[in-house]
Design a protein around this ligand. Structure first.
Ligand code: KE4
Length: 429
């Protein structure tokens, strides 16, 4: 595959941006080689600056559930851009999107728009700490909630011990307030809340983990989080930046019937433009300025361009049979992949909830970050690059999710399954 123009652009990019990228995972560090520079996308396909075409399962890390440059999204953005891109004042478009979000998510009565998932999570943590007057936050190893300081924290001497900074620049005294547990470890949650529940402001969780690859919640796990936080007077925060609108119109909370106190959203809600959001009950969100005393603000929050795009996406998702179509396409793809690995005798585990899915190269059952760390990342690296040569673009990391869109055709899915078989053979050599 010719990557000459991408390579030239990458050299230029590294002269003016950290690592030549505006987000680390794009640098392809986990898979070697150099990142692709994308020229355009349409539907389920992207084309790089060397003219290479790929069927895309990254979907801009989740937002593009209806593919690239959906005509109705493009038309809404153009129409709004001709009226102005941002006023720093209120518009009807914000009400329209907020009403759609409130109608979709069972636990959300009031929602605040922000500009990224990170911003939504940062605001949700401040809200929980402000309401409870408590400092401690509980999260799960392997879950990613954006780059807010309290979330870039890993387990200290042991799980549930005082957190330590995941990178320089995070204040240790803040990191100590974040406690890490193991995903799906109900006993660990119960023990921690029994010991420290009265000091815990909130527990934040990806109700379907997507940032260590896809890991579904074990039966009873989310209910245990709901029970323990309620008993302790702590808030339960569902980080649905990935799962929200991805697995159902009401996200994981609707799928599993668990009601969090705060929901964080992002990605799909913006239809490919920068939008994040956080929401909850009237009582909880009543603490947010200007009504309440907990401050949060943003120049471009709820800007008309992003609201216009988000409104189209919520309309498209509300059309009948969308989630059934996503389920059918995703099942077809993953069943094909699984059949290939069985035919070749490749050790692989498959996880999927609706149109978010993963294939882990390990023989260990996947339930938490520990099990994910047993994956053969060298095999993945070889598989990734062989798949790219076959014209299939997946996330350049074993520890990310794959995303199906409503636009991928059966023919493209069949082509992907064939490419998967070839790439598995290459990696198995
Ligand atoms: P952003 O700030 O990137 O919009 O959202 C942060 C975030 C919060 N919560 C969850 C569950 C998320 O998955 C994310 C961001 N996801 C990553 C990919 N897994 C974004 C890709 C990137 O960092 O470039």
């Amino acid at each position: 595959m010719n990557k000459e123009n991408s390579s030239t652009l990458y050299s230029s990019a590294k002269k003016v941006m950290p690592g030549g990228v505006n987000s680390p995972v794009r640098a392809f560090n986990a898979v070697g080689g150099e990142p692709l520079f994308i020229k355009s996308g349409k539907g389920s396909q992207i084309i790089d600056v060397d003219g290479n075409k790929f069927i895309d399962y990254v979907a801009s890390w989740g937002p593009l559930i209806f593919g690239h440059a959906h005509p109705r999204v493009v038309e809404a953005i153009i129409r709004q851009a001709e009226l102005g891109t941002s006023y720093g004042a209120s518009t009807e478009l914000e009400i329209e999107l907020a009403e759609k979000v409130v109608s979709a998510f069972p636990s959300v009565e009031i929602v605040r728009m922000v500009n990224s998932g990170t911003e939504a999570v940062m605001s949700a943590l401040r809200l929980a700490r402000g309401i409870t007057g408590r400092d401690k936050i509980v999260k799960f190893e392997g879950c990613y909630h954006g780059h807010g300081d309290s979330l870039l924290v890993k387990a200290g001497s042991g799980l549930a011990s005082l957190g330590i900074p995941e990178c320089p620049g995070i204040v240790s005294s803040l990191a100590e307030k974040t406690l890490n547990l193991s995903y799906n470890d109900v006993e660990g949650v119960r023990d921690l809340f029994q010991r420290e529940g009265k000091d815990i402001a909130a527990l934040i969780v990806e109700p379907i983990a997507g940032n260590m690859g896809v890991i579904p919640p074990s039966p009873g796990f989310l209910q245990a989080l709901r029970d323990e936080t309620k008993k302790a007077g702590a808030l339960l925060i569902f980080d649905e930046v990935i799962s929200g609108l991805r697995v159902s119109l009401g996200g994981a909370q609707k799928l599993f019937g668990i009601t969090p106190d705060i929901t964080c959203m992002g990605k799909i809600i913006g239809g490919g433009l920068p939008v994040g959001a956080y929401g909850g009950s009237k009582e909880v969100m009543g603490h947010i300025s200007p009504v309440g005393s907990i401050y949060q603000a943003g120049t471009l929050s709820g800007n008309p361009l992003a609201m216009a795009a988000g409104n189209v996406i919520l309309d498209l998702l509300s059309e009948p049979q969308v989630y059934e179509l996503l389920e059918e396409k995703s099942k077809k793809l993953c069943d094909g992949f699984e059949k290939n690995t069985q035919e070749l005798g490749v050790s692989a585990q498959f996880t999927r909830v609706g149109s978010m899915f993963s294939m882990f190269f390990t023989d260990q059952q996947i339930t938490n970050f520990e099990s994910v760390k047993t994956c053969d990342t060298n095999f993945f690296k070889s598989y990734f690059n062989a798949l790219l040569e076959e014209g299939i673009y997946i996330a350049p990391s074993q520890f990310e999710a794959g995303f199906m869109s409503a636009i991928h055709s059966d023919k493209e899915i069949d082509q992907t399954i064939d490419a998967n078989l070839k790439a598995l053979k290459v990696a198995s050599r």
